[in-house]
Design a protein around this ligand. Structure first.
Ligand SMILES: [Zn+2]
Length: 198
């Protein structure tokens, strides 16, 4: 009981083989992440969320993540957490913004929940691109985004992290809707108290 092992689904490697290792265009990066998210839905391997870390300037793909909370029995195994942890493992450093590294960008299908927003702040990424907004996630799926700050974007900018929200937002919303249409599980631990959280 002294070691953690978290892993992405088995189909990840074959998915990655269908794409180039360098994707410089931000919109194409987002389309890649949304395709990754859709694959996670259709494979029924987790919630409707996907993320990737790229080198900001070159577009080199560093890592990907999808939501694997249920299969990994880990409430922290959100897509952004998985992508950031795998990028840090790949680089061998807890700070993706450490001296000597290129700038890193997180691309994520939905704007971060309270937990993932925190990890983005500590991760060392210098830029975030997100598609669906928290209100899309909550209204379409019923997942709880947690206590995010009212000045969300400003909190990131204050820490030197640029955020570009609502990139391909309608496509991001469509992926969330697909999850609902296919009967995907919504696993909020506090779902029964939802009315008191709003
Ligand atoms: Zn999250």
């Amino acid at each position: 009981m002294n070691q953690l092992n978290l892993s992405l689904p088995d189909w990840i490697n074959s998915f990655l083989n269908e794409y180039p290792k360098i994707i410089p265009d931000p919109e194409k990066q987002m389309r890649f992440v949304l395709a990754l998210t859709e694959r996670n839905i259709r494979e029924e391997t987790g919630g409707p969320f996907g993320s990737a870390v790229f080198e900001r300037d070159s577009g080199k793909l560093v890592s990907v993540g999808v939501n694997v909370v249920v299969r990994q029995n880990c409430s922290a195994a959100h897509a952004e957490m998985m992508a950031l942890m795998l990028a840090q493992k790949e680089l061998g450093h807890f700070d993706l913004g450490a001296d000597g590294f290129p700038e890193h960008r997180l691309v994520t299908s939905g704007k971060m929940c309270a937990m993932c927003l925190g990890n983005v702040c500590w991760s060392g990424v210098s830029e975030v691109l997100s598609s669906a907004e928290p209100e899309d996630v909550e209204k379409i799926t019923g997942f709880d985004e947690g206590p995010t700050p009212l000045d969300y974007n400003a909190q990131l900018e204050r820490r030197g992290i640029k955020i570009v929200p609502e990139l391909l937002r309608s496509e991001g919303r469509a992926v969330l809707q697909l999850y609902v249409d296919l009967g995907g599980q919504v696993y909020n631990a506090r779902h029964s108290q939802e009315s008191s959280l709003t």
